[in-house]
Design a protein around this ligand. Structure first.
Ligand code: AMP
Length: 202
């Protein structure tokens, strides 16, 4: 299996890049990487929110404040989804928006170990804060996501992201690749593909 985490602040392009990666995921070093599955905790949580369950209400509350949902809830959704796809029987997963805390990193390691697999690469999308805010406000004009429309919540989400990120970077320090996330989606995608093919990321 080839398991990839895409790390980055809100607005850094994780979802866009995850989708591009799974559309073109044959990498020289990784012979069976053509059928990667995209798992986005944001999307899974929004699906849960729409169901209006007790969990849905908890999620809406956290999202509206720019905070995280509990590790247990996020981890459970990821575990269910990987099992739905048959666990070790797939070529691998691209995790987008997970893990976001250290306990989630530990959980993911244990989950993948149960498939005799591991996290192979962590792609860290680097985008400066002003660009993040601009991108999210722009997305807020057209998206159905209320948390993208309010500048205060956007800033809170970015702050929440920075609270845990140092420990996450340390945890994956052996396999993390920093990618300049500024520029067009195509430019960033090309940098990621170059990095995964062992070429220069500059
Ligand atoms: P995203 O679409 O990845 O920006 O996620 C939207 C919101 O869902 C975040 O602001 C959090 O409130 C929540 N969320 C997504 N992923 C996680 C996670 N791994 N752990 C906790 N909360 C999460």
């Amino acid at each position: 299996m080839l398991n990839i985490i895409i790390l980055g602040a809100p607005g850094s392009g994780k979802g866009t890049q995850a989708k591009k990666l799974i559309a073109n995921s044959e990498f020289k070093q990784y012979p069976s990487s053509s059928g990667l599955i995209h798992i986005s905790t944001g999307d899974l949580l929004r699906e849960e929110m729409d169901k209006n369950t007790e969990l849905g209400v908890h999620i809406t509350d956290a999202m509206n404040k720019g905070e995280y949902v509990s590790d247990a809830h996020a981890s459970q959704l990821v575990m269910n989804k990987t099992h739905e796809y048959g666990g070790y029987r797939v070529d691998g997963f691209v995790f987008d928006g997970f893990p976001r805390t250290l306990p989630q990193c530990l959980f993911l390691d244990r989950l993948l170990a149960s498939f005799q697999a591991e996290v192979n690469v962590v792609i860290n999308l680097d985008v400066d804060n002003l660009t993040l805010i601009e991108r999210l406000l722009e997305r807020g004009k057209t998206s159905a996501r209320p948390e993208d429309k309010n500048k205060k919540i956007i800033i809170q989400r970015i702050k929440t992201y920075y609270e845990d990120i140092e420990s996450i970077h340390k945890y994956w320090s052996d396999i993390i690749i920093d990618i300049n996330g500024n520029g067009t989606p195509e430019e960033v995608n090309q940098r990621i593909i170059n990095a995964l093919s062992g070429e220069s990321t500059k």
